[in-house]
Design a protein around this ligand. Structure first.
Ligand code: CU
Ligand code: ZN
Length: 170
């Protein structure tokens, strides 16, 4: 009995250790853009941990979302709408949850006077891979303006930065 418990425990550990890491290399959507950065994605027991490091942006708040399609073409418009598997309204996922916000609603990233920004946010119920609401293969979008949380999509203007969310490995 005891050995079975240990076997189950070590299986659990092996599964946790094998979790994939994802990355989105963010580039500006305009030809002369200085926007650049890296966003990493890691499955945790509380949800998907998203860690962003960006530069070349206008100071202030910029909406920060996961959009449904994995394309940055056409100034980011090819990424489609906010990832919204449950047909929810627009909101702030970490506070409001999947039924009261789009799965891709990460709010805003605050850009400092020097154009750089860092953000860490955990998205409950969202996974990189292997879950019901996977984001691998979708797109990370940084908007021109701040997300004011109005409907239908936060009134955040154009898409100044975009990156495809790809699996980096174990
Ligand atoms: Cu967006
Ligand atoms: Zn949204």
């Amino acid at each position: 009995m005891k050995s079975m418990v240990i076997a189950v425990l070590s299986l659990g550990l092996a599964a946790a250790a094998a979790a994939d890491t994802g990355v989105a290399v963010v580039k500006g959507t305009a030809p002369d853009s200085k926007v650049t950065g890296t966003v990493t994605f890691q499955d945790t027991k509380n949800g998907l941990k998203v860690s962003a490091k960006l530069s070349g942006l206008e100071p202030g708040d910029h909406a920060f979302h996961i959009h449904e399609f994995g394309s940055c073409e056409n100034a980011g418009m090819a990424a489609g709408s906010h990832y919204n598997p449950l047909g929810s309204k627009h909101g702030f996922l970490p506070k409001e949850g999947l039924h009261q916000a789009h799965a891709g609603d990460m709010g805003n990233i605050m850009v400092a006077a020097d154009g750089t920004a860092v953000l860490e946010v955990v998205l409950p119920h969202i996974t990189l891979t292997g879950g019901k609401y996977d984001v691998a293969g979708r797109a990370l979008i940084v908007h021109e303006k701040k997300d004011d949380f109005s409907q239908p999509a936060g009134n955040a203007g154009g898409r100044v930065g975009c990156g495809l969310i790809v699996i980096m490995g174990k």
